[in-house]
Design a protein around this ligand. Structure first.
Ligand code: GTP
Ligand code: MG
Length: 366
C-alpha cells in the first residue's frame, strides 16, 4: 500500500515527505523539482504498541508502516488544463491513495506558480486535473464500446451495455464535480471499473501547508475549508510542514518541549500518518512475545486465515486455530495468563474476521 504526495510546484511536498519519513530529500525555493519520485517509509506511532512493549519487554519492537511517494508535477503541467504528463498519470494510477499538499503559507522568497497564494483555487485546480484524466479514459472507452456494440453477440452486448450505462453515470458525475470516490456504487459496479484505476476514486487527504504564524488558528482554517472535502473517503487537515520537518531533527523530548511551547498538543505528523492508515482502509493486529512485539497491517475485513498468511505462508497452510484476545481485554487483565483465566482468550477458526487491535497467537502444524 502506497500513498502518493502531490500538489502544485513549491507547495511543500518534499518538506512534508521528509517530515513524515524522517528523510533528507532536497527541498528548494527556486530550483526546478527533481522529477524522480522520493520514496520513504513512515512508522505509525501507536500507543498500543508502546503499552504492549511495556508488558513484554521484547528484544525488538516493530510498529506498522506506511509507504509514501513524493511525486513532483512539472511546472509546465500546471499552466493549462489537461496537461499532466503521461508519466505523472502513470505514477498516480499505481498508488492507493493521494495526499494533496496545498500551500497556505505566504513567503515572498518563494514564488507561487500562479502568482498568489489561494488555497481553494489550488484544491480545485488539482481536483479538476484528476477528474479530467478520468474523463479522458471514459470518453475513449465509451467510443470503443460504441464500436464493439455494432458487431457484438447478445451475451457480450449485455456486458457492454452495463458498462456503458455505468461509465455514462460516472461521466455525468464528474462533469458535475462529483469525484468517483463519492458515488454509491454496488459491488458489481466496483468490479466493472476496477481496472480503470480512476484517479478521483482514490481516497484523498488534503493537507493544508501553513506557516508557523497560522498555527494558532488552525481550527478555523480547517473548518473554513471543510466544504472542499466531502464524503467518507476525503479528509482535510492543516499542518506546518517546515516546522514539522525541523522538529524531526530534534530528539523526541526536545520536540515535545517545542510543541508544548507553541501549544501544539499532538504531533501533526502522527495525525497525518494515522489518517493515511485510515484512508487506506488498513488496521493492525499484534503478535507479542519476549522476542518481538509487532504490528501487522491488514485490510479491514481480513480473515484469520489470510492474516496468518501475512506472517508466513506455512502458518496459513498449517492453520489450526487462532488464540485471540482484544487489546482492551489484555490491558484490563494486565497479563495474558490473567486474560486466559478470565476466559477472555478466545479460540477462533479460519473464517474469523480479525478486528483492529486483536492480539493473536496462531496455532499451526506443518
Ligand atoms: N515559510 C514556509 N516555507 C515552506 C513551508 N513548507 C515548505 N516551505 C519552503 O518552500 C520551498 C519549497 O518546498 P519543497 O518542499 O521543496 O516544495 P515541493 O512542493 O516539494 O516543491 P517541488 O518539488 O519543486 O514542486 C522550500 O524552500 C521550503 O523550505 C512552510 O510551511 N512555510
Ligand atoms: Mg519536491
Amino acid at each position: 500500500m502506497e500513498i502518493g504526495i502531490i500538489g502544485m510546484p513549491k507547495s511543500g511536498k518534499t518538506t512534508i515527505f521528509n517530515a513524515l519519513t524522517k528523510g533528507k530529500a532536497e527541498t528548494a525555493a527556486y530550483a526546478p523539482a527533481a522529477l524522480q519520485p522520493n520514496i520513504g517509509i513512515a512508522k505509525v506511532e501507536d500507543q498500543r504498541i508502546i503499552t504492549l512493549s511495556d508488558m513484554y519487554h521484547p528484544k525488538k519492537v516493530t510498529p506498522a508502516e506506511v509507504k509514501y511517494t513524493d511525486i513532483a508535477i512539472a511546472p509546465a503541467d500546471t499552466t493549462k488544463e489537461g496537461s499532466f504528463s503521461s508519466q505523472f498519470l502513470t505514477y498516480l494510477s499505481r498508488i492507493n491513495a493521494i495526499i494533496h499538499v496545498v500551500r497556505a503559507f505566504e513567503d515572498e522568497q518563494i514564488p507561487h506558480i500562479k502568482g498568489s497564494v489561494n488555497v481553494a483555487r489550488d484544491i480545485d485546480s488539482i481536483n479538476t486535473e484528476l477528474a479530467f484524466s478520468d474523463l479522458i479514459i471514459i470518453e475513449r472507452r465509451l467510443e470503443r464500446i460504441k464500436n464493439s456494440l455494432k458487431s457484438a453477440r447478445q451475451q457480450e452486448r449485455d456486458l457492454l451495455n452495463k458498462e456503458q450505462t455505468l461509465l455514462t453515470k460516472i461521466q455525468n458525475a464528474l462533469e458535475n464535480d462529483t469525484p468517483v470516490r463519492e458515488l454509491q456504487l454496488s459491488e458489481e459496479e466496483h468490479k466493472i471499473i476496477r481496472n480503470y484505476s480512476f484517479l478521483t476514486a482514490k481516497p484523498l487527504l488534503i493537507l493544508i501547508n501553513i506557516n508557523e504564524g497560522q498555527l494558532s488558528h488552525v481550527n478555523s482554517i480547517e473548518s473554513d475549508l471543510s466544504a472542499c472535502c466531502s464524503g467518507a473517503h476525503c479528509l482535510l487537515t492543516a499542518l506546518c510542514g517546515k516546522l514539522e520537518m525541523e522538529l524531526t531533527q530534534l530528539s523526541d523530548e526536545e520536540a515535545k518541549e517545542f510543541r508544548d511551547g507553541l501549544g501544539i498538543k499532538k504531533s501533526a505528523l502522527n495525525r497525518v500518518i494515522e489518517l493515511s492508515y485510515d484512508l487506506l482502509g488498513q488496521m493492525s493486529f499484534f503478535t507479542t512475545g519476549a522476542d518481538e512485539v509487532k504490528a501487522w497491517t491488514i485490510t479491514k475485513g481480513t480473515s484469520a486465515l489470510n492474516a496468518a498468511g501475512k506472517i508466513h505462508s506455512d502458518i496459513e497452510r498449517g492453520f489450526i486455530r487462532a488464540e485471540i484476545v482484544s487489546y482492551n481485554d489484555l490491558v484490563k487483565c494486565g497479563t495474558m495468563a490473567q486474560a486466559r483465566k478470565q476466559g477472555l482468550l478466545r479460540l477462533e477458526g479460519k473464517k474469523y474476521i480479525v478486528q483492529d487491535g486483536d492480539i493473536i497467537n496462531f496455532l499451526f502444524n506443518v
